[in-house]
Ligand binder design. Structure first.
Ligand SMILES: [Zn+2]
Length: 99
């Protein structure tokens, strides 16, 4: 698909690192499956991936972790955290509330 950010590049399936930050908790999720813009590097996550990322980020915040770094693949092999959040107030590394 066409990139919504730069409007010139097109996206290809790939992997990206997602960084979420809120209230002193930083969560870095590596190797997330995403559509990545070949021109500007912007990434687009699907709904399932986003849900899993939010769940692990919320879990880290609940534990007041300062920095949490995980591989996306390890999320798939774990049972989902008990606290499932629909909180969309997390911002990504670009400072956008798009996630
Ligand atoms: Zn782009």
């Amino acid at each position: 698909m066409k990139c919504a950010l730069c409007r010139h590049g097109s996206t290809l399936p790939g992997k990206t690192t997602v960084t979420l930050e809120r209230e002193g908790t930083i969560v870095v999720i590596r190797d997330c499956p995403a559509d990545v813009c070949q021109q500007c590097g912007e990434y687009y996550l699907n709904e399932i991936t986003t849900e899993k990322i939010f769940a692990v980020a919320q879990d880290a915040a609940n534990r007041h972790a300062e920095v949490e770094m995980v591989r996306y693949a390890t999320l798939l092999s774990q049972p989902p955290p008990s606290t499932v959040s629909n909180d969309k107030s997390w911002i990504n590394a670009h400072g956008q509330a798009r996630l």
